[in-house]
Design a binder for this molecule. Sequence first.
Ligand code: SF4
Ligand code: FES
Length: 249
Amino acid sequence: MNMNLTLKVWRQKNAQTKGKMVDYKVTDISEHMSFLEMLDVLNEDLVKKGEEPVAFDHDCREGICGMCSLFINGEAHGPDRLITTCQLHMRKFKNGDTIYIEPFRAKAFPVIKDLIVDRMAFERIQQAGGFISVNTSGNTTDANSILIPKHNADLSMDAAACIGCGACVATCKNSSAMLFVSAKVSQFALLPQGRIEAKERVLNMVRQMDLEGFGNCTNTEACEVECPKGISLENIARMNREYLSASIF
Ligand code: SF4
Ligand code: FES
């Protein structure tokens, strides 16, 4: 059945001005539409009326890039589990529903316009250590020649599933980025290739995380619940161990 909905959408002209919730109606929304397609319908209506469309981030629309970033009815990426906003379908809502749509909120993620926030802080944390240095002079060893225990390879792949969306930060009452940073630290810490720069990596990434103004982790565990990629809290424990041993030795 098609739906008529009331949307309460955060509108903010730019980073300098104050924003507010604005009410919109959308009609004849198919339950098969994605949430972003429903917003496309709203924007087409607004353009037809000569009004400014709602700005929101998106790119791949298939759960890969981490660009989509909406807080829907008080939850990062909406009411479904283990999905991004672009993978959310309108069948999760009912005819006549009122839906609140806000940007991911955190001091380190300032609003640029409407529902778009600046997540460059994550890029700067990555630049501080989210890489390995490989000699590509021509005598590099084939990666498959280094044997890695299956368990470690699996855990590393699980950590590498983080798409850097920022839902963990938006969900955390402290705006902590620990789940994101710990995933990026863990994916390398679990592999021999990542051990060479492990000490500098964890120290530099945590230092940058603190510089960006993210809050502390107080183990409320909300980040793990809302993470679209199921990144485990075990990564935070691993990062804390890595950080402690890098600080001491
Ligand atoms: S840990 Fe999860 S919620 Fe946080 S940035 Fe990565 S994928 Fe997004
Ligand atoms: S638009 Fe790429 S993950 Fe949603």
